[in-house]
Design a protein around this ligand. Structure first.
Ligand SMILES: Nc1ncnc2c1ncn2[C@@H]1O[C@H](COP(=O)(O)OP(=O)(O)O)[C@@H](O)[C@H]1O
Ligand SMILES: [Mg+2]
Length: 199
């Protein structure tokens, strides 16, 4: 039986860093952010739906989806965020489960689902193990500012708009503490790998 491992956390808590480490030791990753990105390419079903819903103003001059603009709109307006989810989440869910089912058919013993909205979109209900990558507020802000070139205020707004990381930690089967350096993170990932290989 294939084990489905949900991997989540807050923005810039280190999900992608952990999933990269797991990928390097051979675990297949279903990356929800990548799924969204692909669905939003011109010609893909997500792109069509978004243009139908929000109009041409969400496109760049080159006809690509202006992800930054859409992100800003969604982030600053709860109604837009709700519409965006209504339009996109069913497509995202179907694509994620298509990928999971293909990997199951291929006989993979474990699959990692890296999904920022794992709890919010209830993917945790389908997971055999839920792992939360956690950091303290200050580290999260500093890493987010450095990664995405945000001011402290912009970074705070984004962190504060999410489900609190402390709440996610309570819902986890396993919490990875990413307040240390990458070596300390690697050590914890190695322990997780051991656990996944023993079941
Ligand atoms: N232990 C760590 N020490 C220093 N920087 C880290 C550590 N873990 C992650 N980072 C950096 O923090 C940023 C956020 O990590 P990332 O994995 O992209 O987060 P997420 O996928 O959760 O948004 C990235 O720039 C990453 O390189
Ligand atoms: Mg990421």
């Amino acid at each position: 039986m294939t084990k489905l491992v949900g991997l989540t956390g807050g923005i810039a808590s280190g999900k992608s860093t952990v999933s990269k480490m797991l990928s390097q030791v051979g675990f297949p990753i279903v990356d929800a952010d990548l799924v969204v990105h692909r669905l939003q390419q011109p010609g893909q079903p997500g792109f069509e739906r978004l243009v139908d819903q929000f109009g041409q103003s969400i496109l760049t001059a080159a006809g690509q989806l202006d992800r930054q603009r859409l992100g800003q709109m969604a982030f600053s307006n709860a109604d837009t965020r709700q519409e965006l989810n209504r339009v996109m989440q069913p497509l995202i869910r179907d694509t994620i489960f298509d990928q999971i089912n293909d990997l199951k058919k291929a006989g993979m013993p474990a699959i990692i689902l890296d999904a920022p909205l794992l709890f919010e979109q209830h993917y945790d209900e389908d997971c055999d193990l839920v792992v939360v990558v956690a950091v303290n507020y200050e580290n999260q802000l500093v890493r987010l500012m450095a990664r995405d070139n945000y001011s402290r205020v912009e970074a705070k707004e984004r962190v504060d708009s999410q489900m609190p990381l402390s709440q996610k930690e309570k819902l986890a089967d396993l919490v990875i503490d990413n307040n240390g350096d990458c070596q300390q993170l690697q050590t914890q990932v190695a322990q997780l790998v051991k656990r996944l290989k023993s079941v």
